[in-house]
Design a binder for this molecule. Structure first.
Ligand SMILES: [Fe+2]
Length: 169
């Protein structure tokens, strides 16, 4: 799509966010199934369900703007999925040749949350400039709060596991 105005940019970013959320549902599904740490498995599974609702919220935003939901490819999120696949296919780092080590999925999970947070912050900045109404702004704010919460929870797991690791070595 041609991006010439702030409205165009908002529409483009919205399509981008929709792609990220839908791709992220699949990624979280895989990471929850593979996680050997119960706490991490539960966080990924919970956020998977949350992410499905976030994609639906974006559909509501498209509807509020009188548009059909459309997804625009995001190379960043494709990169997360590809690097995870490569890690599984390569023999290094995992004993059973299946799931990547925990720190890999934790790193991917955190990188995905940071990408989503930046995306929603950008959308909300544009929505503010464009003076969009609550039916556009509120769903984006609700999702941003959930993404920040998930980032925090994953950072907590990262801190806990690095403390445990350092005690074990
Ligand atoms: Fe997320």
């Amino acid at each position: 799509m041609n991006v010439e105005t702030l409205e165009d940019l908002f529409g483009y970013q919205l399509q981008h966010a929709y792609y990220v959320e839908r791709t992220h549902v699949e990624l979280l599904d895989e990471m929850a199934a593979d996680a050997r740490n119960d706490d991490l498995a539960e966080r990924f599974a919970t956020h998977r369900d949350e992410t499905e609702r976030q994609a639906e919220r974006l559909e509501d935003v498209f509807a509020a703007m009188g548009r059909q939901p459309r997804a625009s490819r995001s190379r960043a999120v494709d990169g997360f999925a590809a690097s995870r696949r490569n890690r599984i296919e390569s023999s290094d780092g995992n004993e059973d040749g299946q799931a990547p080590p925990m720190h890999v999925d934790l790193g991917i999970g955190l990188a995905a949350e940071r990408l989503e947070i930046r995306t929603y912050e950008g959308l909300l900045r544009l929505a503010g400039r464009l003076a969009y109404a609550d039916d556009v702004v509120e769903p984006l704010e609700a999702t941003l709060a959930e993404e920040r919460e998930t980032r925090q929870r994953l950072e907590d797991v990262e801190t806990e596991t690095s403390i445990v690791d350092s005690l074990e070595h």
